[in-house]
Design a protein around this ligand. Structure first.
Ligand SMILES: NC(=O)C1=CN([C@@H]2O[C@H](COP(=O)(O)OP(=O)(O)OC[C@H]3O[C@@H](n4cnc5c(N)ncnc54)[C@H](OP(=O)(O)O)[C@@H]3O)[C@@H](O)[C@H]2O)C=CC1
Ligand SMILES: O=C(O)[C@@H]1CCC=N1
Length: 267
């Protein structure tokens, strides 16, 4: 199988490194290109034996899956690169937030199969949640091959194309929302008495350990929380203070704005 990535930035690299590190695809079967950052391509070649080129015809020839991993506003330029050299075996897989399948088909001037995916950067550690939607002409065997690739770097969920907006808000952008919460928690913790360095180590390991509990425990999240909350204890005191703030409303607002932006990008 030959896989090509147009774009070698944050999201593309999370996916191709996830594919290589999970041993799903050999580095030498992956080809990457970008606008101009040759040093970045060389780095991935040295680290993972991934091939790179700026020869678009050579990239697309025999490529089974062609990932479109550029910012939506760079897609016109990429479409100009791809349009002259399409091959019938090319299946396009876009990870561009908000760009609809019919727009991708129009800009590429193609009747080849197109899928849209919405992964997240947790692909780096094979823990992406990836939403996927296929064009009608995407054959079953290619669907299965692509799903297998996605499952190599996390969990894949097939959804209606319209629902990719929800996936984009909840899990595409989601790591950033959670990182932001962690940053704020670290800032708050620094108001207490530990040294800043100890606070960083303590909170980082708190977050990692809590994630592992979610991964490994059969208990529900609220039960895990209850298990820490002694009657009349410190956790209850902290949670009571926290509940005085409109946390759910804050996240509803956050997700609503991400969703709205995803919809705007598709217009
Ligand atoms: N980051 C994330 O968490 C997620 C991102 N996405 C989507 O992934 C896409 C990429 O985002 P992200 O990886 O963060 O962006 P980055 O800015 O990290 O990477 C963009 C890449 O596009 C390349 N590029 C730009 N123009 C061209 C061109 N004409 N031909 C070939 N390559 C080109 C850049 O090359 P160069 O460096 O040479 O300029 C760079 O490698 C976006 O559409 C985004 O919506 C989806 C889910 C999550
Ligand atoms: O911010 C963005 O537009 C992209 C899509 C999801 C995560 N990053």
């Amino acid at each position: 199988m030959k896989i090509v990535f147009f774009g070698s930035g944050n999201m593309a690299s999370a996916v191709f490194i996830g594919l290589v590190e999970s041993k799903t695809i050999k580095g030498e079967d992956i080809y990457i290109t970008n606008r101009s950052n040759r040093e970045e391509l060389q780095k991935y070649n040295e680290q993972y034996q991934i091939k790179y080129s700026y020869d678009d015809e050579a990239l697309l020839k025999d490529a089974d899956f062609v990932f479109l991993a550029v910012k939506p506003y760079d897609f016109d330029a990429v479409a100009e690169r791809i349009k002259p050299y399409q091959f019938k075996e090319n299946h396009f897989v876009s990870m561009m937030a908000g760009v609809p399948i019919n727009q991708i088909k129009n800009k590429l001037n193609t009747s080849n199969p197109v899928a849209r995916i919405m992964p997240n950067t947790n692909a780096h550690v094979q823990q992406s949640v990836t939403g996927i939607s296929f064009s009608e002409n995407f054959e079953q065997s290619s669907k299965e091959n692509l799903m297998q690739l996605l499952e190599a770097f996390g969990t894949a969920i097939e959804v209606q194309e319209e629902s990719l907006h929800d996936v984009t808000a909840i899990t595409g952008s989601g790591p950033a929302f959670l990182y932001y919460v962690y940053e704020e928690y670290i800032k708050a913790a620094k108001h207490l008495g530990l040294s800043p360095a100890d606070t960083d180590i303590a909170v980082r390991n708190l977050i990692i350990g809590t994630g592992r509990m979610l991964e490994n425990s059969e208990l529900s999240i609220d039960q895990l929380r209850e298990n820490i909350t002694s009657k009349g204890g410190t956790t209850k005191a902290g949670l009571d203070a926290l509940r005085k703030h409109p946390i759910e409303e804050m996240f509803i607002d956050c997700l609503k704005h991400a969703l709205k932006r995803s919809k705007e990008l598709s217009e």
